[in-house]
Design a protein around this ligand. Structure first.
Ligand SMILES: [Zn+2]
Length: 284
């Protein structure tokens, strides 16, 4: 729905940020969970999008706009993920993008970087820096929390590497490119991605290619994403040809809401590793 200039101006006048508020807003649940690790429990830490929504296509409501305007800090991944929030957040001086599209090491930062424990360290440092800048009275606490989070990330990294090792030689098809960075980190096959980036439809070339390799029995597992349109999976009849494993990049297991970042990642890694276990059982 188009919003008139008058409404926008009136809205901006009404939503001047009160200086006494200490509100953190994160766009998606994984970001909120990481912010919770660094910020601790003293600050109000809310999430904007409900767990079932896709951050690629999210449409802001008027009350969302109000929450963003009233927040002290807004954490988001950046325009490569929350494309529809670009206009509102890119010009908001309280917004903190957690991926800057920079090249770290050998690869460009992924818009789904929260799924890669190594990239999450960079995100966590950016979160801590923003928190210290806005709430210097809690700087010591943020530094301690960051150290403890980094320690636990190292354990997660080791566990994930061990658990995902069985997927190395599989032929995978991914519904979406959310796991590209994690795959690169742990030596998983990059596979074929049906819906990269903000795409709602697969290209004809990709559909034909996947259709062919499915029919020829060359796909071990299809990793599906419950936040994206499923029509294509039905058209390609993936479940008739091979096993499918549903992994939510926002929740891990689609039916649960994780309470911590580590719970989310354990679910993601557990679900992904089902591709290896079930394939091994099927080949016996
Ligand atoms: Zn995505």
């Amino acid at each position: 729905m188009p919003v008139s200039k008058f409404t926008t101006t009136l809205f901006l006048i009404l939503c001047v940020n009160p200086v006494w508020a200490q509100k953190l807003v994160s766009t998606i649940l994984p970001v909120q969970l990481i912010v919770k690790e660094i910020a601790g429990d003293d600050l109000d830490n809310a999430v904007l999008m409900s767990p079932g929504s896709s951050p690629h296509y999210y449409a802001l409501s008027m009350s969302d706009r109000q929450r963003l305007a009233e927040a002290d800090l807004v954490f988001w991944m950046g325009p490569d993920l929350e494309a529809t929030l670009r206009r509102v957040l890119a010009s908001n001086d309280k917004s903190v993008p957690l991926v800057a599209g920079e090249t770290l090491g050998h690869a460009r930062e992924s818009p789904h970087a929260w799924l890669d424990p190594i990239a999450v360290r960079t995100m966590a440092v950016r979160i801590a820096d923003a928190l210290k800048g806005r709430f210097p009275q809690f700087s010591r606490q943020f530094t301690d929390n960051l150290k403890e989070f980094e320690r636990r990330l190292r354990v997660l990294d080791e566990d994930s590497r061990a658990q995902l090792g069985s997927l190395r030689d599989l032929n995978l098809v991914y519904h979406h490119d959310s796991f590209t960075s994690l795959a690169r980190q742990y030596g998983l096959p990059e596979g074929i991605v049906l819906l990269p980036g903000h795409a709602r439809q697969a290209s004809v070339k990709t559909s034909l290619e996947v259709s062919r390799i499915l029919a020829e029995g060359e796909v071990d597992c299809v990793v599906t994403d419950p936040t994206l349109p499923s029509g294509l999976l039905k058209t390609l009849k993936v479940s008739q040809y091979t096993l499918t494993v549903e992994v939510s990049p926002l929740l891990g297991a689609p039916e649960t809401v994780p309470e911590s970042y580590f719970e989310l990642m354990e679910e993601v890694v557990d679900r992904l590793s089902l591709c290896g276990k079930r394939t091994a059982a099927g080949k016996r």
